[in-house]
Design a protein around this ligand. Structure first.
Ligand code: SAM
Ligand code: SF4
Length: 334
């Protein structure tokens, strides 16, 4: 299997629509060529600044525009973040993701505080990811200097469907921030959400955009919509489990070296369903402690129950900064 950046939508559609077990078998085989299948990256998301976001993402509990149960919270103190990171590390977490409900980063004292947090948590031997909204190249460089390992900026869905979900920014705004991050050695985390009302064509289009970025995002989160009360998408039906498997297996197949993260919505899946997602090539999850919340409103399995699941499945947590066991030559085409 080679790493390609010239995937055509027709090829991705064919992979996505393969007979399901064939698709999973192919993805599992690709997975084993590039990753240790026994290892799962465990991440912890910390909402360092919560709520009152000016954007109108139709799924989000933190948007100022919707009446949700989220209570806005100011930027956390660094000590608080460090204590959460310490507990996370003790529970096998290798990556701490700091999320701020901002439209974009401003060059102000809050950004200075975030840079400080990045520095200190990195010095604890953890990978740090930030998801702070839109970034300039200079801000990306400052995050790189602070030791940032990854920057999350999800495309969420296809270009065509994007404006149905978000109107306060454009798809190119997202791609522009990803490109700014790419001017540094900070890795990129970008994926999407299933269950927004998108079509299979939208999913294929989003995968096409992601898999024709060169390099591929080093992490690809696959979120399952958690319907949040008060948001425009609160009455969306649950995504069928087999759609989640197809998305994970297709992402694995076309972006073989990336970490595919089974992200929001995992709490809804049974142990068997999660095991099947790992078989299909998912090799990263979010875990948590505090009442098991992923984001401020999205439930997330806890450290203990995840450890039980790993013991049951013969999995182990992946150490930070581990390079992927790329046993196959990476040939880039296109
Ligand atoms: N404010 C940052 C931004 O918009 O890029 C990060 C927001 S959030 C911490 C990171 C990602 O979680 C979002 O980009 C979205 O893909 C996902 N997410 C947020 N709310 C969700 C929900 N209700 N269900 C599923 N995924 C969700
Ligand atoms: Fe704001 Fe991010 Fe939520 Fe969108 S997803 S409303 S940008 S916090």
């Amino acid at each position: 299997m080679i790493v390609r950046y010239d995937w055509q939508e027709a090829e991705i559609r064919e992979i996505y629509n393969k007979p399901l077990l064939e698709l999973v078998y192919q993805a599992a085989s690709v997975h084993r060529q590039f990753h240790n299948p026994k290892q799962i990256q465990v991440c912890k998301l910390i909402s360092i600044k919560t709520g009152a976001c000016p954007e109108d993402c139709g799924y989000c509990a933190q948007s100022l525009r919707y009446k949700t149960e989220v209570k806005p919270q100011a930027l956390l103190e660094k000590e608080t973040v460090i204590n959460i990171a310490k507990l996370a590390k003790a529970n096998g977490v290798s990556r701490v993701c700091m999320g701020a409900a901002w439209r974009e980063v401003r060059d102000n004292s809050q950004f200075e505080s975030v840079l400080d947090m990045v520095k200190d948590v990195t010095s604890m031997g953890l990978e740090v990811c930030c998801t702070l909204g839109m970034l300039t190249e200079n801000q990306a460089k400052r995050l790189e200097d602070a030791g940032l390992y990854a920057y999350n900026h999800n495309l969420d869905t296809s270009r065509d469907y994007y404006s149905t979900i978000i109107t306060t920014r454009t798809y190119d705004d997202r791609l522009n921030t990803i490109n700014n991050v790419r001017q540094t050695n900070v890795t990129v985390c970008s994926g999407g959400i299933l269950g927004l009302g998108e079509t299979v064509e939208d999913r294929i289009s989003m995968l096409h955009t992601l898999s024709t970025l060169n390099p591929h995002p080093e992490s690809v989160p696959i979120n399952i919509l958690s319907q949040v009360k008060g948001t425009p998408l609160e009455h969306q039906p649950d995504v069928p489990f087999w759609d989640i498997v197809r998305m994970i297996a297709t992402a694995r197949t076309i972006m073989p070296t990336s970490d595919v993260r089974l992200s929001a919505g995992r709490a809804r899946l049974s142990k068997v369903e999660q095991a099947f997602c790992f078989m299909a090539g998912a090799n990263s999850i979010f875990s948590s402690d505090d009442g098991h919340m992923l984001t401020v409103t999205t439930p997330c399995p806890g450290y203990d129950s995840d450890q039980e699941l790993f013991n049951l499945l013969g999995l182990q947590t992946r150490a930070p900064f581990v390079k992927k066991n790329n046993t196959m030559p990476q040939v880039t085409v296109g």
